[in-house]
Ligand binder design. Structure first.
Ligand code: FES
Ligand code: FES
Length: 181
């Protein structure tokens, strides 16, 4: 392992063997767990291959398409660029966990209503990225919604229906917030 590549939180004294294992304590979808992961294993591979959470998709595997998006401490990260070891001491949430918690329900319903998911390959990453924007509380313009999801590629929909869906959920939330004041 090139020590200059050592991720934050991992000792720079790690041996150079590619198969070197790191023990981490992490929380995945609300479940605390202790795992031994390969030092160079990516988070997307860990959740898919070790935990069977295959809703995290792998497309380009070099940080371009956003298919591998997961939440790390609530922020969207690329699972193909994040090392599994970097999840140590942190909370990972995948599309499965966020769906089970129900936090994506409004987005999922709106995506379904507007046909914003066609083949569905981009949809998990797109939903998590849209959720992150909604959670920020910002009332974004369509241009800002497009910018926020610009790291998530969709090859089917042309994005119009996706932006419509996010905008519709955002508008409803904005209405609820104003009613609560
Ligand atoms: S698979 Fe990670 S960004 Fe494409
Ligand atoms: S719905 Fe097919 S890639 Fe987005």
């Amino acid at each position: 392992m090139n020590l200059h590549d050592a991720p934050a939180g991992i000792s720079a004294d790690l041996p150079a063997e590619p198969a070197f294992m790191v023990e981490i304590h992490t929380v995945v979808n609300g479940r605390p767990m202790q795992c031994r992961v390969r030092a160079r294993q990516h988070l997307a591979d860990m959740v898919r291959d070790e935990l069977g959470l295959t809703g995290t998709h792998l497309g380009c595997e070099h940080g371009v398409c956003g298919g591998c998006s997961v939440l790390l401490d609530g922020a969207v990260v690329r699972g193909c660029l994040t090392l599994a070891a970097q999840a140590g001491g942190r909370c990972v949430e995948t599309i499965e966990g966020a769906s089970e918690r129900g936090v994506l329900r409004a987005l999922q319903e709106e995506f379904a209503r507007r046909n914003a998911a066609q083949c569905g390959f981009c949809t998990p990453g797109m939903l998590l990225t849209a959720h992150e924007l909604l959670e920020s509380g910002v009332r974004a313009t369509r241009a800002e919604i497009r910018e926020h999801i610009s790291g998530n590629f969709c090859r089917c929909t042309g994005y119009q229906a996706i932006v419509d869906a996010i905008e519709a959920v955002m508008a409803r939330r904005g209405d609820h917030r104003s009613e609560a004041r």
